[in-house]
Design a protein around this ligand. Structure first.
Ligand SMILES: NC(=O)c1ccc[n+]([C@@H]2O[C@H](COP(=O)([O-])OP(=O)(O)OC[C@H]3O[C@@H](n4cnc5c(N)ncnc54)[C@H](OP(=O)(O)O)[C@@H]3O)[C@@H](O)[C@H]2O)c1
Length: 320
């Protein structure tokens, strides 16, 4: 009966269904790309427009003018992180108030979380509070670092993304914060003492935080390496071309920053104690979505540079 209850809870969550759907969509797109399935006509154009962005857009040939009408600059990536910092910062503030000041979430948020989280929203598992607090803080920190990188480090060319991809990115950072918050009951208002929260610290919190820091440091280094490809020693932007990156995890894979992104989400699954199904579904989504982007990027490098290092994998060192 425990299994049946658990099963209905899993299926009953709109959020779980959403993450399964998104992961499955990106897996299907990845398989189509890997199998090089023949595609033609308008459907093919739309497929390429929705899965490619930035430098890999050129992989689908010259795009007609009407298709370019729906493009937005890739440097608008920063908007994702501005939205994430503001929205997830707001959610973190509400969570802190609920946990420490017994101030319940606003009614609209309680309703939203209940609708998204289904039956799991009624279950108060006290020892999850620390995990949820930590993951929301780390998500905010991640978005803040990415924002700084976008604004102050990365050098963007005239690359573009489709308006649908742009809206999807904005929606993603709204839903990801709600997904974290759904792991506590919608009506949580504990009035916890900080000390009580410290008492919840487990080995998996420490392990997850260490992995998060390790992956974040490497992701940051990779973004700096990419930016430096376009800068002189004095930091002046001298080119907007794409060239072959070397150093750090680039020695093993074409897209180490995508691999680091995956590790960051895995580190959060660890902080949730390995047991949070919803978060593993998020990890699946990030796995397939970043794998697809990495495959397209690897294909771009191999086609563009005849001297491209042959031992480099696309995404996961030694494996993929
Ligand atoms: N969680 C998610 O679902 C998700 C989704 C997408 C991205 N992300 C993360 O966001 C970060 C950025 O992703 P992205 O797809 O924008 O990465 P990207 O295509 O590698 O671009 C990152 C920056 O490096 C530049 N660049 C890329 N390749 C270059 C090369 N060969 N030579 C010179 N400059 C180059 C890009 O300029 P251009 O303007 O020329 O492209 C851009 O400024 C990654 O860490 C990724 O993991 C996360």
């Amino acid at each position: 009966s425990v299994c049946v209850q658990g099963g209905s809870r899993v299926m009953g969550s709109a959020l779980n269904a959403l993450w399964v759907l998104l992961a499955a969509a990106f897996l299907a797109a990845l398989l189509l790309e890997l199998l090089q399935a023949p595609r033609a006509g308008l459907g093919s154009c739309l497929f390429h427009d929705l899965i490619r962005y930035g430098k890999t857009k050129s992989g689908c040939g010259q795009r007609q003018a009407w298709r370019r009408l729906l493009d937005v600059p890739k440097r608008w990536f920063s908007h994702f992180y501005i939205l994430s910092v503001v929205w997830n910062g707001f959610l973190l503030l509400l969570l802190i108030q609920a946990l420490f000041l017994s101030r319940p979430f606003p009614i609209w948020l309680q309703d939203l979380l209940s609708a998204l989280g289904g039956a799991s929203q009624n279950q108060d598992v006290g020892d999850k509070h620390l995990s949820v607090l930590l993951v929301l803080m780390l998500l905010l920190l991640h978005s803040f670092r990415r924002l700084i990188e976008c604004l102050c480090i990365s050098v963007f060319s005239s690359g573009v993304l489709h308006i649908v991809q742009y809206c999807f990115g904005l929606g993603y950072y709204i839903v990801i914060g709600l997904t974290v918050l759904c792991q506590v009951p919608a009506n949580v208002s504990n009035g916890e003492y900080l000390f009580n929260l410290f008492m919840q610290v487990c080995w998996y919190h420490i392990l997850g935080i260490m992995m998060y820091i390790w992956a974040s440091v490497h992701q940051h280094r990779c973004h700096v390496i990419l930016a430096n490809l376009r800068k002189s020693k004095s930091g002046k932007v001298v080119s907007l071309n794409h060239s072959i990156p070397f150093g750090d995890w680039f020695e093993r894979v074409s897209c180490p920053h995508y691999f680091a992104e995956l590790l960051i989400y895995v580190s959060m699954a660890i902080i949730f104690g390995f047991q949070n199904l919803t978060w593993w579904l998020v990890v699946m989504f990030v796995l397939f979505n970043q794998a697809l982007a990495a495959v397209l990027c690897h294909e771009f490098y191999v086609n563009k540079f005849s001297c491209y290092p042959t031992h480099r994998k696309a995404f996961i060192p030694f494996l993929f």
